[in-house]
Design a protein around this ligand. Structure first.
Ligand SMILES: [Zn+2]
Length: 237
């Protein structure tokens, strides 16, 4: 645990999918730093991929465009420019082991959206790009130290429409308890079913808050945190 926490102080890693707990890999921030030195193909929009196939590359460009459009239509224009990488080999890119769905490791101001072979859909790509946008607008340290994990994931889930993360009426009454999961270690602890439940509750609670304050005010709230306000101050209704 200590080793994980030490690593967590240096990285910010969000992972998706049932394999979440088994594929959190410490090299993720390393690959974010080293990605420029790897032998990858650069796409017309600046994204990178290990696939040499034109049909893959065309599909990735379209996915990124559609995902950014979804974020823009939900929250407003996308300003962040994370390193976006699509990899096609299961669980790894080059020598690095990664989440096969998606992850967004960050180091300082640098963010890398790593989309794996199981995450090549608009929901996962928009979800991960949203983490990049949160990182950009909140700032690394404020995000890391003061933005609760449940909120970060709940915001990303607003542009992730996968039905498995929709909360049932039966479970909605207990959704508020997700707000105790302030750290990523707490949010992602437990089995796959528990993590899916955490995502669903976070999505529900953040959607309720956005309904009250207005979806288009999210960026302003994040920028208030960047200027030094606490989470509670910035998100006050
Ligand atoms: Zn996430």
């Amino acid at each position: 645990m200590l080793r994980i926490r030490q690593a967590a102080a240096l990285i910010f890693l969000c992972s998706l999918g049932a394999a979440v707990t088994s594929t959190v890999a410490l090299p993720a921030p390393t690959v974010c730093l080293a990605i420029g030195a790897m032998n990858l193909h650069r796409l017309p929009d600046g994204a990178l991929t290990d696939s040499p196939l034109p049909e893959d590359q065309q599909r990735f460009v379209e996915l990124a465009r559609a995902a950014r459009a979804r974020i823009a239509s939900t929250f407003g224009p996308v300003e962040s420019t994370p390193v976006l990488v699509f990899f096609t080999h299961p669980d790894r890119i080059g020598p690095f082991r990664l989440n096969s769905y998606g992850s967004t490791p960050t180091i300082g101001g640098r963010a890398c959206v790593m989309v794996g072979p199981n995450g090549q859909n608009i929901d996962v790509v928009a979800h991960e790009l949203m983490h990049g946008e949160i990182h950009h607008r909140t700032g690394y340290w404020q995000r890391w130290l003061r933005l609760p994990a449940w909120f970060d994931e709940g915001v990303a889930m607003q542009v992730d429409y996968r039905s498995r993360y929709a909360l049932s009426e039966q479970d909605a009454s207990g959704a508020d308890a997700v707000q105790k999961l302030n750290t990523f270690s707490a949010f992602f602890s437990g089995d796959a079913k528990t993590v899916v439940y955490n995502y669903a509750r976070a999505k529900y609670v953040v959607a309720s808050w956005l309904h009250r304050v207005g979806v288009k005010s999210l960026y302003q709230c994040l920028e208030r945190m960047k200027r030094g306000e606490s989470f509670a101050e910035a998100m006050a209704e």
